[in-house]
Design a protein around this ligand. Sequence first.
Ligand code: HEC
Length: 127
Amino acid sequence: MRFTTTAALTAVFGVAVTLAGTHISPAAPKAVKKPAASGAALIAQGKGIAESNGCNSCHSATYAGKKGFSPSIRSTGVTKKYSLAAWERVMNTGVTEDGGHVEKPMPVYHMAAKVSAPLYAFMKSLK
Ligand code: HEC
């Protein structure tokens, strides 16, 4: 009983210290660069990212997919079921929106959110 209480208090204080540390860190918010704010700029940036990462080589030049090989990743394709957060996760870890994993040869890109977010905006712009 006594041990449990001490452990619980330690846990609470541990969390409190961590939160306080995060809160007072002045550098943390500036370390993350936000993607360009404008929709058009974000989409253009995403187009470049898609091309430089070869999404078009497997998902076709129009990103509508290749029959029997890869799905459409346009807004009307698999991207439809992806929220931005789920998209950032699949592009970073390969974990799909339904909790599964991308299958070969779909690469796991380990993309930072600042890279996958413009990519998402571009795919969402393709109706
Ligand atoms: C080497 C070929 C290849 C490349 C390059 C590639 N893909 Fe894929 N991708 C596939 C194949 C094949 C599938 C189907 C298998 C699967 O769903 O995991 C797929 C599936 C997907 C899926 C669906 C995941 C799901 O929910 O099942 C998304 C989203 C996707 N690709 C996005 C991209 C994006 C964005 C890029 C570029 C950054 C890209 N792919 C590059 C071959 C590729």
